[in-house]
Write a protein that binds this ligand. Structure first.
Ligand code: SF4
Ligand code: SF4
Length: 120
C-alpha cells in the first residue's frame, strides 16, 4: 500500500478516470446470470464481486475529458461523482482484492456451473 500521507494525484495516470463501474443486483438464479453473461461478451466489459459481496459491471473506457497529461479538462464542471471521489477510496492509494472477476464468458460459465451443480 502507498504511504497514506502522500495522498495526492502525483504519479497517477488518472486511474479513476479510465473506467466506470455500476453496482448491480446480486444474481440469485441461473436466469439472473444471463444478463451478466451478455455483459462479458463485450470487449472491455467485466463483472466483478467486491469483498463485501457487492456485484458490479465495469466498463474499461477512459473519460472523454481526460487529456494527454491525465488532467480533467472540465474540472469546474465535472460530474458530482468525480467531485465526491476521494483519495481514501481511490485505486491508486488503496489495494482492492476482488472476490471474483469475470472477463470472459468462459469464466462466468465456470462459476455458474459450480454454483448450481448441486441443483441441476
Ligand atoms: S483520485 Fe486517485 S485514482 Fe484518481 S487521479 Fe487521483 S490518485 Fe489517481
Ligand atoms: S469528468 Fe474529469 S474527473 Fe470526471 S472522469 Fe472525466 S476526466 Fe475524470
Amino acid at each position: 500500500m502507498k504511504d497514506p500521507k502522500s495522498k495526492t494525484c502525483n504519479g497517477c495516470k488518472g486511474d479513476c478516470c479510465r473506467y466506470l463501474a455500476i453496482e448491480i443486483d446480486t444474481p440469485k438464479t441461473k436466469e439472473d446470470f444471463e444478463d451478466l453473461r451478455w455483459y462479458v461478451t463485450h470487449k472491455n466489459v467485466n463483472v466483478y464481486v467486491e469483498e463485501d459481496n457487492m456485484w458490479n459491471v465495469e466498463f474499461i473506457t477512459p473519460c472523454e475529458f481526460l487529456d494527454e497529461d491525465n488532467q480533467c479538462t472540465v474540472y469546474e464542471n465535472r460530474p458530482g461523482i468525480c467531485k465526491e471521489y476521494e483519495h481514501d477510496e481511490c485505486l491508486f492509494h488503496n489495494e482492492y482484492n476482488e472476490k471474483h472477476t469475470f472477463k470472459t464468458l468462459k469464466e462466468i460459465d465456470e462459476y455458474i456451473k459450480n454454483k448450481f451443480k448441486k441443483i441441476i
